[in-house]
Design a protein around this ligand. Structure first.
Ligand SMILES: NC(=O)c1ccc[n+]([C@@H]2O[C@H](COP(=O)([O-])OP(=O)(O)OC[C@H]3O[C@@H](n4cnc5c(N)ncnc54)[C@H](O)[C@@H]3O)[C@@H](O)[C@H]2O)c1
Length: 385
């Protein structure tokens, strides 16, 4: 492919309408791309071109911060990740987006835009106009909610993902898509589940996440897309509510322990699942996004921190609140899902390749959750048991 044909493809894409099926195979291959493409890339504005000209002087160019867009950013995980990224790269360089109206404190804390992942043109406009370089794709319907609305889950989790993959490829973005313990199924090794093994999930959530892992890796190998994916365990947070997954009980138990002293669990007492404190999840995501490409032997990694049953977390909470009472009333759908998921994750590849190490174990997690929720309740003038 010569420079002239590369220019023609680039022009067609700039005209709009160019989608994945028309992309040449060298498009996102870092070095090859800069070798073949003319210096004016696909969506560069005149202001950016003049910057490029400045770089031709003898002065070294100032290092540019990533410009990050987070989709589905108003769920359990997006706001905290935006805070961490904004600390490192500046508030204006990290844009949160969702289809929901943001709470006032989120709206006032940094850039927020409406973005529906099913609206490809709107997403493209956001990426181009804001010179986005990293895309964190958080929009999804989670496991339990997805089973209750399979058609919508398929749309958001699969069609939405395709939009984001096309966009990342067209604009040479670094793309982060989280996966989950739900990407494994009953025929996967469960204790521990390694990075590479049989994956036959039995939920639409799991099926869509395996699809995401495979599509991202395919586009990485074929076109050089900088696709990065972590399989998160169940994430536990005090300040944000979980969005309808199977591990949500591990957040609710802390709220109920401090409000009524009684928690009714929808899983059996001995259901063991991998879990992680939200700050470890955010740190893992940022460290992984920052890891040099050459250090990554995989594009999809398990990350682990701890693994516990409802009985074990209740026992740990009782060290601080001895009167906590827990009853068990297993919900058929969520119990069946949990029984098909890994009990533990093997994350040795993440440890070896990019130095992953969690900070929170079960004891530290329980102390932090109780302290944070106690503080919230006290501030809100609510009783604390
Ligand atoms: N929270 C966990 O325990 C966990 C564990 C494993 C993986 N993950 C993954 O991490 C990501 C974020 O998880 P979360 O817990 O914050 O999810 P969440 O359910 O709390 O939030 C998802 C967000 O997506 C938004 N959304 C829905 N439809 C949309 C659309 N059409 N366009 C744009 N946004 C839309 C929702 O409004 C919501 O704010 C998800 O991809 C999830 O699969 C989460």
């Amino acid at each position: 492919m010569g420079v002239r044909s590369a220019q023609l493809v680039a022009n067609r894409m700039a005209d709009g309408g160019q989608r994945l099926d028309m992309l040449p195979s060298w498009l996102c291959r870092g070095r090859a791309q800069w070798h073949y493409l003319p210096k004016r890339g696909l969506s560069w504005s005149p202001r950016q071109i003049s910057r490029w000209n400045k770089q031709e002087s003898n002065d070294p160019p100032p290092p540019e911060s990533p410009r990050v867009l987070i989709t589905g950013g108003l769920g359990q995980l997006g706001v905290g990740l935006a805070q961490l990224l904004r600390k490192q790269y500046g508030t204006d360089n990290v844009i949160l987006s969702d289809i929901k109206k943001p709470p006032v404190e989120v709206f006032n804390s940094g850039p927020f835009v409406y973005a529906d992942v099913l609206d490809y043109k709107n997403l493209r406009e956001l990426v181009v106009n804001n010179r986005i370089t990293w895309l964190v794709h958080y929009s999804a319907l989670l496991s339990a909610v997805g089973e209750a609305n399979v058609a919508l889950a398929r749309k958001i989790n699969i069609t939405g993902l395709h939009n984001v993959l096309d966009l990342a490829l067209e604009n040479c973005l670094r793309l982060f898509v989280p996966s989950t313990i739900g990407a494994f199924g009953p025929s996967s090794p469960r204790d521990p589940a390694p990075d590479l093994c049989v994956q036959r999930p039995r939920t639409i959530y799991g099926v869509s996440k395996v699809h995401g892992e495979l599509m991202g890796e395919y586009l990485h190998h074929k076109y050089g897309l900088d696709f990065r994916c972590l399989r998160y365990p169940g994430i536990i947070s005090a300040n944000t509510q979980p969005g309808g997954g199977t591990t949500d009980y591990a957040v609710q138990i802390f709220h109920d322990a401090l409000s009524s002293g009684h928690f009714e669990c929808y899983l059996r007492a001995d259901t063991r699942l991998p879990m992680m404190h939200i700050s470890d999840c955010h740190r893992a995501t940022v460290e992984f996004m920052q890891a040099p490409d050459c250090q990554l032997s995989l594009r999809t990694y398990n990350i682990a921190a701890m693994s516990f049953t409802p009985e074990e977390v209740a026992e740990e909470i009782r060290k601080h609140l001895p009167n906590l009472r827990v009853t068990y009333n297993p919900d058929f759908v969520r119990q069946t899902i949990a029984d098909s998921w890994p009990m533990r994750f093997d994350d040795s590849n993440a440890q070896r390749d990019w130095g992953w190490k969690p900070a929170y174990g079960l004891a530290e997690l329980v102390i932090d959750m109780l302290e944070s929720i106690r503080e919230q309740r006290t501030k809100a003038g609510l009783p604390v048991s």
